[in-house]
Design a protein around this ligand. Structure first.
Ligand SMILES: Cc1cc2nc3c(=O)[nH]c(=O)nc-3n(C[C@H](O)[C@H](O)[C@H](O)COP(=O)(O)OP(=O)(O)OC[C@H]3O[C@@H](n4cnc5c(N)ncnc54)[C@H](O)[C@@H]3O)c2cc1C
Length: 308
């Protein structure tokens, strides 16, 4: 029986584990990936808004976190697959068959990128699907590319690609871009960037040979009956995120987008089950917010345990 089991080892889960160690709680962290860090692994630009640290990317921030985490005393299991969870009983069964029991559970499973679900999206990963403009722009220099999405992330990536690509076509489903004004103003005056609003990419196409790579996209524009093909050498997709809450459906109260609903203390509607970080739909999903939520939840748990 552990005092606390934390599910997810992104900034929120790691911060919670660190606080658990500080407050002397017996803690186990379960992470599904091979490595810890969550979204930090996918941040390729400088992070300059976390007080006390200025780093060139998420990996460097993780190294700072790890230096402290390594000194802390808690169990961390990676590559773990949770088969079943009974939140009321606070019992977790792993795919390996192991059964775990805890007084409290902290859900820190974060979010993942939303997928379009169109042909070619998975097939061309690593072969023309651009993971990040901050990391990969030079690999696509001189190629015409397509960016799908209309928010800050899509706009920021389109602007970065426009520095090295002859044309960038930004395809957006809505009537207006959701990106902040700073970005939309720069998009509109950039001669390399064309914006297709009320349009959808229906498929990503590649060549027929063995080393197939992205060669074109099929775009359906507003009012058109048929899609048209546009030749591109790369496609970057940024259409938002979805919370990792499938495991808790039917057991926790979720909002209409699937995020976990909690109170100020980060406790969910089920006693002793807490949710922290991006999975609990913070107004501003940030590293500071995620680490702060970890601190709050653990302080609440520790106070409760010491009063029993
Ligand atoms: C490109 C990019 C740039 C960003 N830039 C900034 C920035 O400059 N400043 C800033 O403050 N924030 C930034 N953010 C946001 C910040 O990274 C997130 O707010 C933060 O990572 C949220 O932490 P989290 O621990 O809640 O979730 P996550 O980082 O999503 O971590 C969740 C973890 O849970 C694991 N998990 C999920 N499901 C399970 C399961 N069933 N079992 C076990 N483990 C599971 C995941 O594998 C992951 O490791 C950026 C994000 C991105 C993508």
């Amino acid at each position: 029986m552990h005092d606390v089991i934390i599910i997810g080892a992104g900034p929120a889960g790691l911060s919670a584990a660190f606080w658990c160690d500080d407050l002397g709680l017996d803690t186990l962290v379960l992470e599904q990936d091979e490595k810890v860090g969550g979204q930090l692994a996918g941040i390729y630009n400088p992070i300059e808004n976390y007080l006390g640290l200025r780093v060139t990317n998420g990996q460097e921030m993780l190294e700072h976190f790890s230096a402290r985490i390594d000194e802390a005393d808690f169990d961390l299991w990676t590559n773990v697959e949770i088969e079943n969870i009974d939140l009321k009983a606070r019992r977790i069964i792993l795919r390996s068959g192991e059964e775990l029991q805890s007084i409290s559970i902290i859900v820190a499973t974060g979010v993942r990128r939303r997928q379009l679900g169109i042909p070619g999206e998975s097939e061309f990963v690593g072969r023309g699907i651009i993971e990040s403009a901050a990391r990969d722009a030079q690999l696509f220099a001189g190629k015409d590319v397509c960016v799908i999405g209309g928010g800050d992330a899509a706009a920021e990536n389109a602007l970065l690609l426009a520095e090295v690509c002859p044309t960038v076509t930004l395809v957006h489903r809505g009537k207006t871009l959701r990106a902040r004004r700073e970005f939309t103003e720069r998009l509109q005056v950039n001669h390399c960037i064309t914006i297709f609003k009320e349009s959808q990419v229906q498929s990503i196409l590649g060549g027929d040979n063995d080393g197939r790579r992205v060669e074109a996209v099929e775009i359906l524009r507003a009012g058109a009956i048929k899609p048209f093909q546009m030749a591109v050498g790369g496609v970057l997709i940024r259409i938002g995120v979805v919370p990792n809450t499938e495991l808790f459906r039917g057991q926790l109260q979720l909002d209409e987008q699937g995020y976990i609903i909690t109170g100020r203390d980060h406790e969910t509607g089920v006693a002793n089950i807490f949710a922290i970080g991006d999975v609990s739909n913070p107004l501003a999903p940030t590293i500071s917010g995620a680490t702060g939520a970890g601190a709050t939840a653990v302080k609440v748990i520790a106070a409760r345990l010491s009063s029993h």
